[in-house]
Design a protein around this ligand. Sequence first.
Ligand code: XLS
Ligand code: CA
Ligand code: CA
Length: 440
Amino acid sequence: MSHKNEFFPKISKIPLEGPESDNPLAFTHYDENRIVAGKTMKEHFRFAVAYWHSFCNENSDPFGVGTRMFPWDKSSDPMENAKYRMDAAFEFITKLGVPYYCFHDRDLAPEGDSISQSEKNLNAMVARAKEMQKVTGVKLLWGTANLFTHPRYMNGAATNPDFTVVCHAAAQVKAALDATVELGGENYVFWGGREGYMHLLNTDMKREIDNMGRFLRAARDYGRKIGFDGTFLIEPKPMEPTKHQYDYDAATVLGFLHEQDLADDFKLNLEANHITLAGHSFAHDVLLAAQSGMLGSIDANRGDAQNGWDTDYFPTNLYDAVDIMMILLEHGGIAPGGFNFDAKIRRNSTDPDDLFIAHIGGMDTFARGLLIAEKIVQNEEYKKLRYGRYSSFDDGPGKEFETGKLTLENLRELAISAGEPEMISGKQERLENLINRFLR
Ligand code: XLS
Ligand code: CA
Ligand code: CA
């Protein structure tokens, strides 16, 4: 990277200084080489930086213009700026020491005034990204297409009532898949930006959902044809920007994937703030997906308990991190997905180092969560309280029931011979206290 294009000149590679450090620009717990439960921290998390929030989002809100300084917006030519922005992104990612990044097509390259011009812009930036990936060793966790910013998508993309819009969305997904494959992307994400409705009175819900299934099958078939062997991911979100999004939550999307014959190729990309917007805890959807073998990747951020919208705060909640890492340790981890920081610094966080501080905080929170979770999942009392509860299904008639051998009449006979069941405590308070002991 030439000196001319250094955008964070006062910041060098973020060091690991350990738990006692007061340096805001150092890691306290994230040690990429530290082995925990048989894997390095780098392998556990596969952290990624989100191109859009970190390098494209000026932090405007409905009440005011952006406050972020973008030293990489140097030129009046959007393609020139796209190159500066890419320099800034790779400088940031390598100084932070994160192995992956994620992008939307339009984050990398500006839309042109025709489909072929947009494709040309994207191809040029993909060639540049490929070179920079080679030089820095940074890899692509996932790519996606922005099917929600352009006004043509105001009524949705794959679910749009106008077929021409569906075709435009397809053209964009085709190019974004080409880009992802060219850059060795390990996953490809569909977040249903405006795939939902604003009012049922002007919506044929069944037709729109079926069209979304058709669209995704076409995208899958194209991806497999051009050699994409990674995972396709759907990212649930219950609302915002539409009143109701079809990919409401993990359970809804799992049903959709099975109904639409997509379950063999697709998994879930779960974002914390979307899950809490749907009225669940972060851990709820992650556990549901993990237990179904459908956990694909995580968008690490957090919402605000008092606000009912998608605030995309950086994740700093240690309890959440412990919960999530317990689930991952008990269900085989996150690879080939990762932890993507789909989070944005606040509108009044305006120093150049704030972006580093925010990511460092998120990485250290999950690293601490992992270290704590490792101890909990090995704890004998925890295992007994959590899993021992189901021991009546481990052998005898309980096991026969789980293997589908008992009829309703058999169950009645067993109820009579067993008599009234004993009361068995759920021990919730004991479990909560136990977890707190490990958070000391
Ligand atoms: C928006 C979504 C989006 C997806 C990628 O709420 O989180 O950023 O992750 O399109
Ligand atoms: Ca997201
Ligand atoms: Ca979000």
